[in-house]
Design a protein around this ligand. Structure first.
Ligand code: IPM
Ligand code: MG
Length: 368
């Protein structure tokens, strides 16, 4: 719970790869909105991921976790890179930092807005004719269940044969709570919810579908449909405009949101919020949907927009600073409309203004 109505404590975990450079821009934009909208943040910068391993010997150092516990929200960059890929899976930045944070804070509701702005239709790999005017999807991904955390989990020898084992398990209560988050979100948008599962094969999906149908009775104003995940993957590239809100389990959501991101034009545009009590919550972890992009790290060319929009989601969901959050979203739309493009968004079209990470941050601050 924020301590003072106008001061929010943020744990800043920039991490690895492009994390620190895009985080720097998000914090500069945050400085600008703070002075414009009259609130304050107290920020604690902490090591996480590979930076945690290098500086403190662990992907999620105890002092980082303590700072997160003391904070109202976590602004997260990205973790991982080739340097740490040879570590045992449990110690690697992704499994050693991000997943424990999600579990520790019960961040079960992952909201990933997939917005293809009208000006970025050309950057999408989908044919322009299929997405006139762009589109706007919200994917609600369950984040603390399914195969990521299911037990048993095992890799080793059993009965004279080496096996790898993961468990896809959901409790009814876990499906109910994510269903409610998704229905609430749909209610606040175009009132259409598509639940994605694999009910033609998986028992967990049959249960998922039953629960979705049961919760639908509480939301008669929302239209619920179901889609198999293989079909959903295809429909996202065939006709993304058909979707309003999608809801799905952890692993399906991981895969579909990367697909959704690129269909929107670039992985560098998509923010996310991971919340512990649906959209009414204060606490949350906010991070770009893309990864640490080690190939372009340190070059000053990464697109900071996903990080900036993640900071905007933090203002919206944790701080309830709606006007400031709207201003961030609007500023991003303005600079895109004005033609500013980092390399990932550039198509070579006339009128494009090519910028790097800092240049994009500057343009967004100016547009505020
Ligand atoms: C994501 C990422 C993570 C996930 C990885 C880094 C563990 O891909 O947030 O989508 O699989 O959830
Ligand atoms: Mg992913």
């Amino acid at each position: 719970m924020p301590t003072d109505m106008n001061t929010y404590k943020i744990a800043v975990l920039a991490g690895d790869g492009i994390g620190p450079e895009v985080m720097e821009e998000a914090l500069r934009v945050l400085d600008a909105v703070e002075s414009k909208f009259g609130f304050k943040t107290e920020r604690t910068e902490c090591f996480v991921g590979g930076a945690g391993i290098d500086n403190c010997g662990k992907a999620l150092p105890a002092e980082t976790l303590a700072a997160c516990e003391a904070a109202d929200a976590i602004l997260f960059g990205s973790v991982g890179g080739p340097k740490w890929d040879s570590l045992p899976p449990d110690e690697r930045p992704e499994r050693g930092a991000l997943l424990p944070l999600r579990k520790h804070f019960s961040l079960f509701a992952n909201l990933r807005p997939g917005i293809c702005l009208p000006e970025l239709v050309d950057a999408s790999p989908v044919k322009n004719a299929l997405i006139p005017g762009g589109f706007d999807i919200l994917c609600v991904r369950e984040l603390t269940g399914g195969m990521y955390f299911g037990e048993p989990k095992f890799y080793g020898e059993r009965d004279g044969e080496v096996i790898g084992l993961d468990t896809l398990i959901y409790k009814k209560s876990e499906v109910e709570r994510i269903a409610r988050v998704a229905f609430e979100a749909a209610r606040g948008r175009n009132k259409r919810l598509c639940s994605v599962d694999k009910a033609n094969v998986l028992a967990s999906s049959v249960m998922w579908r039953d629960v979705m149908n049961a919760i639908a009775a509480e939301y008669p104003d929302v239209e619920l449909t179901h889609m198999y995940v293989d079909n959903a993957a295809m429909q996202l590239v065939r006709n993304p405009k058909q979707f309003d809100v999608m809801v799905t389990e952890n692993t399906f959501g991981d895969i579909l949101t990367d697909e959704m991101a690129i269909v929107c034009g670039s992985l560098g545009m998509l923010p996310s919020a991971s919340l512990s009590h649906g959209s009414g919550t204060f606490f949350g972890l906010y991070e770009p949907s893309g990864g640490s992009a080690p190939d372009i790290a340190g070059k000053g060319i990464a697109n900071p927009i996903a990080q900036i929009l993640s900071m905007g989601m933090l203002l919206r969901y944790t701080c309830k600073e709606t006007a400031a959050a709207d201003a961030v979203d609007t500023a991003v739309r303005k600079v895109i409309a004005a033609g500013y493009r980092t390399g990932d968004l550039a198509t070579g079209a006339e009128g494009e203004i090519r910028v790097g990470t800092r240049g994009m941050g500057d343009a967004i601050i100016a547009a505020l």
